[in-house]
Structures are given as C-alpha cells and as structure tokens.
Design a protein around this ligand. Structure first.
Ligand code: SF4
Length: 297
C-alpha cells in the first residue's frame, strides 16, 4: 500500500528534511566544488580547497552579505540536505578537516549525494501531489530505492553514476507531470527546454504547460499564471516573478525561487520558503539586472 501524504503540512515537512542544515555539515559546498569567477561567485576557487570565507567552525564569514559581496550563487544554493547527510550519516560526524584522509572520499560522496537528494526531492513532491493511481506504486518504489542509495556507505556511493540514475528516473517524473497537467483545462502549449531569455511573459497564462529545462533568465513573468506548470530544472535566474502564481506549480525548488525576483503578491508552494530578499511590498522595482548565462549544474 502506498503512503500518500494527504496532509499538506506533513508533505511540507518531508520536503523540508530535504533542505540544507548547515549547522550539521562540514561546509562541504564551500570546499568540494570548483568555481570560476563570475557574476555568481566573486573569485576562482579550485576543487577540494576551502573558500577563503569559510570559518574554522564551518560557518560562512560573510553569510549575511553574500549577495552584496559578489557571491549570489552561494546565497541561492541548496544542497537538498546532502551536506548534513554526508557529514552525519555517511561519515558519522567526522570532517575533512579533522580527518584529512577521508577528505577526498567525502567530497566525491557529496557530489553524488547532492544529485540523489535532489532526485529524492522530486519523487517526494510527486508523491505528495499525485492522486491515487497506479503510478504511485512506481514512484514509491523509486523513492525507497533512492533513499536506500543515500544510506549506502562511501565506497558504494562512489560507484553510483548519479547522472545515469537521474536519466533513469526522468521518464517517471515526466509521466507524473503529464498526469498532473492533463487535469488542466485550456492548457498552454509546452515549451520544454525553450530559449525564453528575457521573454516578455507578463500576465501570461502558462497553466498546465511544460517549461521543464527552459531558459527563463531575466524573463518578465510578472502576474503570470503558473498553476500546474512543470518547472523542473527551469533556469529562473533574475526572472521577474512579482505577482506570479506559483503555488500550484510542479517541481519548483528553493534554489530556483532564491535566484528569481518576487514580492508579497507572488504565491509559492507550501513546501518552499519565501526568499528573504524578496520585498514584502508589491511596489514595482525600477532596476533590472541582466543575468549572465551559464551552464546549468
Ligand atoms: S553543503 Fe549544504 S548543508 Fe553543507 S554548508 Fe553547503 S548548503 Fe549547508
């Protein structure tokens, strides 16, 4: 029997467990990946070298000013709880700093875990949203399988091809999306993977459309209706979501809305948190920043 979450509050809690808990992490995202200086990250940083802003206790020395200091990429990042899981579960509370011989393995594990936890987010979201139907059993199986993988030891995790696993799960998520969107009357046309950079979509009715993997950098989506719109992997950096209706959208994540602009009138799914940098008023902003395009991770 499936364990569909009918209680929205509980569904939100399950997904909240798939969010970063930096206080229980060894600062893995601040060490493991390499960064090239860009609009998102102010300096070059080689892989497996700590960011110069990382403190001895693994806190970020400029956390309160990341955007102002040229590190907006860090402000929007969320590891889906991979950091604390690798630190506390896979490596039993040890850290690359205290035990240097595990450092390389820890960083490799983090890269795999981040992808697995993101997949787990989508599967959990799908189970929370999808009504009773045969697809739920497959979803439940996929979620349990993914959970088991995240609990494997470092040696086994090192053998996981996370990109291939993502490809394997993707058709299942596509079927969920199609099922959910089929319920929408007068659906907007699909624009999966579309180049919509700085597109003028103010007030657009995008209900039930697939915008999966689309490039919406800097797009004007003010007041757009995104009910049951599939936004999995859509690049929303600097997109203007003021007044947009995102509450019933599909597969929207915290990093996506953190990278976008919104306001008090923007509605978001209950499992997400309203970004702290969004103004609490609905007054129009005068400036618009042109985002730099980059490859999606
Ligand atoms: S890896 Fe995740 S939990 Fe760890 S510091 Fe980065 S965001 Fe926080």
């Amino acid at each position: 029997m499936s364990d569909r979450t009918d209680d929205p509050a509980r569904a939100g809690d399950e997904r909240r467990d798939l969010r970063a808990d930096c206080g229980n992490c060894a600062g893995l995202c601040c060490v493991a990946p390499a960064f090239a200086a860009s609009a998102d990250f102010a300096v070059d940083k080689p892989a497996e070298q700590p960011c110069h802003n990382l403190l001895d206790d693994f806190r970020c020395g400029i956390h309160a000013d990341l955007r102002e200091r040229g590190f907006p990429g860090c402000a929007v990042f969320d590891c889906f709880g991979a950091g604390q899981h690798v630190t506390q579960v896979t490596f039993d509370g040890r850290s690359w700093r205290d035990t240097p011989e595990i450092a390389s393995s820890m960083f490799t594990t983090f890269a795999v875990m981040r992808q697995l936890r993101e997949i787990l987010w989508y599967l959990t979201e799908a189970l929370a949203l999808l009504p009773e139907c045969p697809l739920r059993e497959e979803l439940d199986h996929a979620r349990r399988r993914t959970e088991r993988l995240t609990d494997a030891d470092a040696e086994e995790l090192a053998t996981v091809d996370a990109a291939a696993y993502r490809q394997e799960i993707s058709p299942l998520l596509t079927r969920v999306s199609e099922t959910m969107r089929a319920e929408v009357g007068d659906r907007a046309s699909d624009r999966r993977g579309a180049e919509l950079i700085e597109a003028k979509l103010r007030g657009a009715k995008l209900r039930g459309a697939s915008l999966r993997g689309s490039y919406l950098l800097g797009a004007d989506l003010r007041g757009a209706d995104l009910h049951r719109t599939d936004l999995l992997g859509a690049d929303l950096r600097a997109a203007d979501l003021r007044g947009a209706l995102l509450e019933g959208s599909l597969f929207l994540t915290q990093p996506q809305i953190e990278a976008a602009k919104g306001d008090a009138a923007t509605t978001i799914p209950p499992a997400l948190t309203r970004p702290a940098h969004w103004p609490t008023s609905t007054a129009p902003e005068r400036t618009s920043s042109r985002p730099h395009r980059r490859r999606r991770r």
